[in-house]
Write a protein that binds this ligand. Structure first.
Ligand SMILES: C[C@@]1(CC(=O)O)c2cc3[nH]c(cc4nc(cc5[nH]c(cc(n2)[C@H]1CCC(=O)O)[C@@](C)(CC(=O)O)[C@@H]5CCC(=O)O)C(CC(=O)O)=C4CCC(=O)O)c(CCC(=O)O)c3CC(=O)O
Ligand SMILES: NC(=O)C1=CN([C@@H]2O[C@H](COP(=O)(O)OP(=O)(O)OC[C@H]3O[C@@H](n4cnc5c(N)ncnc54)[C@H](O)[C@@H]3O)[C@@H](O)[C@H]2O)C=CC1
Length: 219
C-alpha cells in the first residue's frame, strides 16, 4: 500500500455510483476541492440532495446501466476516480468492470480486496494533513486513532503559521541546503516538538526568533 495525496483539477470529475451513507461520507472531503462531483443514484441522502440543490455537485437520479456509463464517457472525459458504493455487489462489480475498461481507478465499498485505492481516516491541523490507514483492521481503530491524534496534536495548530514564515526567513538567510538542514536539526528537535505539544510554544517561538536573529547578525 502506498499513500499519496490527491490534487484535483477543476475539470476533473469524481464519480459516485450510489448515493447512500457511504457515498455521502466519501464525497464530503471533495466538496471543498477544485473538481466536479457527479452522483449517479436513484435515491440519495438528504445531505447529497441539498448539495445538489446548492450546485455543489451534479446528481442524476438514475440507476447505473451501460448506457449511463456511455453517457459519462462522452461528457466527462477526465473522470479518473470512481466510487462504486451501491448496496448491490452485482452493480458494484459491473461498475468496477466498466471503470477499469476505461482505465479509471475504482473504490468498491463492499470489497476492499477489489479496490484500486482506499479511503483513509484523515485529520487536518492547519497545514498538516494526516491520513490513517489500518489495512482493514477496522474503522473503529481508524476512528480511535484519529480522535487520539486530534487531541495529541491540537497545540501544533498555533505554531504552524509562524513556523512556515520562519522557514522562509531561514531559506533566505542560509542559502546552503545542508547548512539549513543543520540549523533546523539543531533548533527543531523531538524535544522542541514535545514542548510545543505541552503548550510551551511562546517560549519555543522566542528561542527560534532568537536563533534566527543570530543568523542576521552573522558576518
Ligand atoms: C476498506 C475501507 C473502505 C475503502 O476505502 O474502500 C473500509 C471498509 C469498511 N468499513 C466498514 C464499516 C464502517 N466504516 C466506517 C467509517 C469509515 N471507514 C473508512 C474507511 C474504510 N472502511 C476503508 C479502510 C481504510 C483503511 O483503514 O485503510 C473511513 C476512514 C473513511 C470513509 O469511509 O469515509 C471512515 C472512518 C471515519 C473516521 O475517521 O471516523 C463506519 C462508521 C464509523 O465507524 O463511524 C462503519 C460502520 C458503520 C457503517 O456501516 O457505516 C465496513 C463494513 C464492516 C462490517 O460490515 O462489519 C467495511 C467493509 C469491510 O471491512 O470489508
Ligand atoms: N466501506 C465502508 O465504510 C462501508 C461499506 N459498506 C458497504 O457499502 C454499501 C453501501 O452502504 P450504504 O451507503 O450505507 O447503503 P445505502 O443503502 O444507504 O445506499 C445504497 C445506495 O445505492 C444506490 N443504488 C442502488 N442500486 C443502484 C444502481 N443500480 N445504480 C446507482 N445507484 C444504486 C441507492 O440508490 C442508494 O443511494 C453497503 O451495502 C456495504 O456493502 C457499508 C458500511 C460501511
Amino acid at each position: 500500500m502506498v499513500s499519496i495525496s490527491l490534487v484535483t483539477r477543476q475539470q476533473q470529475t469524481i464519480l459516485f455510483i450510489g448515493g447512500g451513507a457511504v457515498a455521502e461520507r466519501r464525497l464530503r472531503p471533495f466538496l471543498d476541492e477544485p473538481c466536479q462531483i457527479l452522483v449517479i443514484s436513484p435515491i440519495v441522502t438528504n445531505a447529497i440532495r441539498e448539495w445538489a440543490e446548492q450546485g455543489k455537485l451534479e446528481w442524476r437520479d438514475v440507476a447505473f446501466t451501460s448506457e449511463v456509463g456511455r453517457d459519462i464517457i462522452n461528457f466527462h472525459e477526465s473522470c479518473q476516480l470512481v466510487f462504486a458504493c451501491t448496496d448491490s455487489s452485482e452493480v458494484n462489480e459491473e461498475v468496477a468492470g466498466w471503470a477499469r475498461k476505461h482505465h479509471f481507478l475504482v473504490n468498491r465499498s463492499d470489497r476492499m480486496d477489489d479496490c484500486d485505492f482506499t479511503v483513509p481516516s484523515t485529520l487536518t491541523i492547519g497545514d498538516i494533513h494526516l491520513a490513517i490507514s489500518a489495512n482493514s483492521v477496522g474503522p473503529r481503530i481508524n476512528k480511535l486513532l484519529r480522535m487520539d491524534m486530534t487531541n495529541r496534536y491540537s497545540e501544533l495548530q498555533i505554531a504552524l503559521p509562524s513556523l512556515k514564515i520562519m522557514r522562509e526567513d531561514v531559506k533566505l538567510l542560509i542559502p546552503d541546503i545542508e547548512e539549513r538542514q543543520m540549523f533546523w536539526r539543531t533548533h527543531l528537535t523531538e524535544h522542541t516538538l514535545a514542548a510545543i505539544l505541552k503548550g510551551e510554544w511562546p517560549m519555543i517561538e522566542e528561542k527560534l526568533h532568537h536563533a534566527i536573529s543570530g543568523l542576521r547578525i552573522k558576518p
